[in-house]
Design a protein around this ligand. Sequence first.
Ligand code: LMR
Length: 328
Amino acid sequence: LTTAATALALTVTAGAAIAACDDGEIVVKFAHVTNTDKHPKGIAASLLAERVNAEMNGTMCMEVYPNSTLYNDDKVLEAMLQGDVQLAAPSLSKFEKFTKKFRLFDLPFMFKNVDAVDAFQTSDAGQALLDSMQKRGLQGLAYWHNGMKQMSASKPLLVPSDANGLKFRVQSSDVLVAQMEAMGASPQKMAFSEVYGALQQGVVDGQENTWSNIYGQKFFEVQDGTTETNHGIIDYLVVTSVDWLDSLDAGVRDQFLTILTEVTNARNAESTKVNNEARDAILAAGGVVRQLTAEQRQEWVDTMKPVWDKFVDDVGQESIDAAQAINA
Ligand code: LMR
């Protein structure tokens, strides 16, 4: 294959909007791990690229690489520090090597819904966290919403003890490891792109994720069912390197950040809708969704919430207090 043919093949297989960048344009590679059209992050990334490429044509050119086609989340932040990719939006669970402050977002039952998450993120305490990795060379630019997490497994899960002895895939977060251990399950950290195969082959028995991920990755097809636990959240940090951001002229940087803010506000307002549509699509495809009674849900709370104690020093009591004041 010629280089051009390889590039075309890549574009076609990834289903990606790989823009043809012109000489002299600042090329912004944005790598992420989800699909492009049925997912809060994928839709937001595509919209961001569309707007940058239309409104900053001749100055900046954004190429989006979805579906882990360029990097998975374990590699993307190192690649960013090397200058090989300029933008990513890993979940807040995936920054442990750089800061422990985001562990707040993984603590089970910290936020009752995405509105509470949004209110915390837009508060002074939430905005301060965007700068928490500057010394490590990374700059948070915006929070993007996904939604509340649900729990699926190879058998029905109605109370936490149903997970006893099961192997669960978790994102690369020690909080999530502790949460699964609290349920008597065996957690296993694993890249997102490997989860479907691992569930299908029984390498793991279950996982937790949002409706859009459970639908987008077809996890529901290889699970007994999904229990509507809403026990935690998956949200994203749109992140870049301090060096890259500093390299932009002020006018270019401002225009880019203004577009990013507008896309963030527009798409964050739609994230719950996208997840509800994914839940409906799972049901329409014959997937099983289980509800909890109030008593059952209380068992999940009682089992998982003690996990907070282990991580107070990492996240700071003041962050927990700020989040809980908002969540009240
Ligand atoms: C996961 O690894 O399950 C999620 O972080 C994937 C994503 O980007 O939503």
